[in-house]
Design a binder for this molecule. Structure first.
Ligand SMILES: [Zn+2]
Length: 173
């Protein structure tokens, strides 16, 4: 199967149809998530690799759990292939910075673009990556399961640069 661009643009709550949500991460208890995350020890991925990994085999991306912002019910969703109308004429660059913070300083964080893990970043780390689609969201997790519930949603424009900063457990706004 050819690689495709992961997208959450079509994601809607299966109970009420709402498109606003909070990422919850993998469906396990918080304690198990911490244990699994530490054991996983994901290796840092270089920016070049990240860009090459934009298009990927969607069957390799595990579904995550989300909570509907409207009816508060939980559901699972894995990214779908971006439709042609979601594609940008040229990519938009995202400069991601994990601000050096005391909280979680020893943990390596995983950055998710549109529901797909794309890179790991240590405390104080920065990296840049591109998105090829218009509607994006970024959230951050730890190891192989926990995600912080703060979601950064944005509409990308071709050739633009978006700066995203994350400190401790939430986005810097
Ligand atoms: Zn709902």
């Amino acid at each position: 199967m050819s690689d495709q661009i992961p997208s959450l643009y079509q994601m809607r709550c299966p109970y009420c149809g709402n498109g606003d949500y909070i990422p919850l991460g993998k469906k396990r208890s918080a304690f198990q998530q911490v244990a699994g995350g530490l054991a996983a020890g994901a290796l840092p991925v270089t920016a070049a690799m990240v860009m090459n990994r934009q298009a990927r085999d969607l069957s390799e991306i595990k579904p995550l759990q989300y909570k509907c912002a409207q009816c508060k019910k939980k559901y699972e969703f894995a990214p779908l292939a971006a439709a042609p109308e979601e594609m940008l004429e040229s990519p938009c660059t995202i400069n991601f910075q994990r601000v050096k913070a005391l909280k979680g300083s020893a943990e390596v964080y995983t950055v998710y673009l549109n529901g797909a893990p794309i890179c790991t970043v240590s405390n104080g780390g920065t990296f840049s990556f591109e998105t090829n689609i218009t509607y994006n969201n970024i959230f951050v997790g730890m190891g192989d399961g926990i995600v912080f519930h703060d979601l950064f949603r944005f509409e990308a424009t071709p050739g633009a640069v978006v700066n995203v900063r994350f400190a401790g457990t939430s986005m810097v706004r």
